[in-house]
Design a protein around this ligand. Sequence first.
Ligand code: ADP
Length: 316
Amino acid sequence: MFKTARIKLTAWYLVIIMAISLSFSGVIYVGVNRELTRIEDYQRVRIQRIIGGIPAPYEPPPPDVDAIAESRQRIILTLGLINLAILVVSGAAGYFLAGRTLEPIAEMVDKQKEFVSDASHELRTPLTSLRTEMEVALRDKKMNLTSARSLIRSNLEDVSRMQKLSNYLLELNRYERGAHLEFSDVNLKEVVEKATASLKYKFDLDLKSTEVRGNRDSLIELATILLDNAVKYGRGKSIAVKVKRGGVLEVADHGVGISKEDLPHIFDRFYRSDKSRGTDGYGLGLSIAKSIVDLHSGKIEVESKTGKGSTFRVTI
Ligand code: ADP
């Protein structure tokens, strides 16, 4: 698909460049041709004048028609060669540039494909489990109320897992599409207070009052993701949460930390380090956090050491 697109794009580049080049050549040729005709006329007049003073039977020599015609031909040939060279060079350069132009689009499409395949994979696991459990239950002729209840409970767990994933996906899509969020003056201190209230954990809070321009709900979501991760990967140790003046939020835990190999990927969609595979999650939290930060034209940084802990710093 990208090969044909690249060729088409190159063809368009060539059409534009050649149209410009041929028009210039046309203009040059018309100009030079006019000049040659003028020289031809001038030569004729000069000869007429000279022979005006010479007695007959002197025959005036004709203007040097051959030399002028030859010049015309040489000009056409030179212009033709120049245009051919432009065609070859711009064809090669156009093909190269078309490749460069399409590269990020190709990358984006690949990422999108990977994303769809990851999402389908994540959905397949709970769906398969749901189906198997129900099929087994249907075959069980003597199923009692207790096992029916336990089946429903297990099914509900799978359903809620899928619900969580679909909510994550919708949210990610909303933020990545650059959803039109209403911005207002928001106090980061209040945002963090709201986020910590929804989590049952005793955080070490040091919150200064600082106003930022942003969307309140999405900032609460961002803080919740960072705090939730700190709790999840914090091994139950203390978690310091700071709001500093200038729109800075810092969440520092003393948990498992993130290895050097994982660090460049943690904001990728569906990325989970090997250590966190057993825990509940999809590897989408930090992608959502990053999209929210991007929507606020802010930045998110992380410092981490395996076994020592991690510090996430957001500046809005
Ligand atoms: P999830 O937590 O659902 O796996 P996230 O996108 O929130 O997904 O995080 C991606 C990965 O980054 C996690 O799987 C984990 O390996 C790592 N990570 C995120 N936050 C922390 C943290 N505070 N401490 C250690 N690892 C973390």
